[in-house]
Design a protein around this ligand. Structure first.
Ligand code: PMP
Ligand code: GLN
Length: 472
């Protein structure tokens, strides 16, 4: 078929056919398909590699830690504590809802739905977030349902950032922020969270010790600043930004008339006494904040790839435009099932049975289990206040790892690859979450995910304990 289309569109071939304008069937019958010596090399099937090189706007973005480490896991078959997803079943009511929707009487639920969000889902999101941000959120104009939080970030950045715009990104950062800003023509301005100095010999630290220098943050803002990307609870550090820290960010947004893109996909995964504060609730911030969420994190169904963004209609129209011309509409059965999930939880938000309360309670025990076994082996874990990742400083163990066996530039890549191949335990190298100039800041760390079955966390502990006892 492809060959036929090519034949019909190549002028050189047309000239060889006397019957071209009769009808397409006879054209095909009469064309000599053998390669001709008189064609240039492109017409012989080879495409000019220069002409088909990666467009400039994507150059420099070839490396992805996810692509690389998922491939590595396929090859080394480790106990995978790398990519963030639960290795156990999501709540039965959401998976049951999906099954009911797909096979139920309302067959139209298997067809396209409203482009900016399925009516039942945007109604549920509006009920939920109107309570949480303490203002009415219009389900039709102030919410956009997206293909995962990834697409919410993409539509926000594409819809609001243009050439010359500067976007402040707090490091470490979820790795797609940087390429998304660059592709939109923007300029990322990086400001790192820095761990407070700790005394030697400490067994663990807290994500609360990773802080922004207020002067450094302030000096990143100017007239060209279009936006700041905030992520709380934070991936990979697990930091839950305090009211004071959020107020500093909010004040800068107000002073420099900047947008706040608030990635809150781990909004329900917060460990006491910490509390998740939505920056959109701070004075003057609703008008300049787009908040992003994910059904994948909310209901432990990362493979469903459903997310959303909410904010004032005046800002949301730009996202809707990006979305309508690339995704247009997200899967109806998934949206319906997530809507039913929210409806159930909306009826028990204050009860301990609410999944948004029971999941963090379950995860807190897993977090503590992981922190203990990492400290036991000699790493220094940063205890996260939220999310389901833990970073740990592995440098006290550097002498036990033959780092020169791996070729990568950054030590954390070499450490994690060596571990994956030799100990069959996989983590993620945090330097992936820093810009090129700041990668050394992440090199002494590894990120592990703890939303895993207890037996797998115990297995990881066993692997590390055995390694500690060995002479490797
Ligand atoms: N933001 C952060 C901070 C994340 O960790 C992730 C990972 N899933 C995403 C956004 C993307 O979420 P989704 O899978 O819903 O696209
Ligand atoms: N957010 C998840 C993580 O940080 C998954 C990322 C991904 O698959 N791209 O591990």
């Amino acid at each position: 078929m492809f060959e036929m289309l090519r034949v019909l569109t190549k002028p050189a071939i047309r000239r060889r056919s006397h019957n071209f304008f009769v009808n397409s069937a006879s054209v095909i019958a009469s064309v000599d398909l053998r390669p001709s010596r008189s064609f240039s090399s492109h017409q012989g099937g080879n495409m000019d590699p220069k002409k088909f090189a990666l467009p400039a706007r994507y150059q420099g973005q070839e490396k992805s830690v996810w692509v690389e480490y998922i491939q590595l896991a396929l090859e080394t078959k480790p106990l995978n504590l790398g990519q963030g997803f639960p290795d156990y079943a999501p709540p039965a009511y959401v998976t049951q809802a999906l099954s009911d929707v797909a096979t139920g009487d309302n067959v139209l639920l298997n067809q396209y739905t409203r482009g900016f969000g399925h009516p039942r889902l945007v109604a549920a999101l509006s009920r939920l977030y109107s309570q949480l941000v303490r203002r009415p959120i219009d389900s039709q104009t102030e919410i956009l349902v997206t293909s995962g939080a990834y697409e919410a970030l993409f539509s926000t950045i594409q819809g609001h950032v243009g050439p010359g715009d500067e976007v402040v990104i707090i490091e470490p950062y979820f790795d797609c922020y940087e390429p998304m800003v660059l592709t939109a023509g923007g300029k990322p301005i990086f400001v790192p969270l820095r761990p407070k100095k700790t005394e030697s010999g400490v067994k663990s630290t807290s994500s609360a010790d990773w802080v922004l220098d207020p002067d450094e943050l302030s000096s990143a803002f100017n007239d060209r600043t279009k936006a700041i990307i905030l992520n709380t609870p934070h991936n990979p550090v697990g930091k839950v930004f305090s009211k004071k820290e959020l107020t500093l960010i909010a004040d800068l947004c107000l002073r420099w008339d900047a947008l706040c893109i608030s990635d809150e996909v781990y909004e329900w995964l917060v460990y006491p006494p910490n509390e998740h504060i939505r920056i959109a609730t701070l004075p003057g911030m609703w008008e300049r904040t787009i908040t992003i969420g994910s059904a994948g994190k909310t209901f432990s169904v990362t493979g469903w790839k459903l997310g959303w963004a909410y904010g004032p209609a005046s800002l949301m129209t730009n996202l809707q435009l990006v979305h309508q011309n690339c995704v247009y509409t997200c899967p109806t059965p998934i949206q319906e099932a997530v809507a039913r999930g929210f409806e159930l939880e909306l009826g028990r938000l204050d009860s301990p049975e609410c999944f948004f309360k029971s999941l963090p309670a379950e995860l807190e025990a897993k977090r503590d289990l992981m922190a203990n076994f990492l400290a036991d082996v000699g790493m220094v874990p940063t205890i996260p206040q939220g999310g389901y990742f833990m970073i740990a400083d592995w440098s006290p163990l550097a002498s036990k790892v033959p780092l020169n066996q791996e070729k990568d530039k950054w030590k954390d890549y070499r450490f994690t690859k060596w571990m994956s191949r030799n100990l069959k335990l996989q983590g993620i190298p945090p330097s992936a979450f820093y810009c090129a100039d700041h990668k050394p800041l992440g090199e002494d760390f590894v990120r592990y995910c703890f939303i895993k079955k207890d037996e797998n966390l115990h297995e990881a502990a066993k692997i590390l304990k055995k390694w500690k006892g060995s002479s490797l």
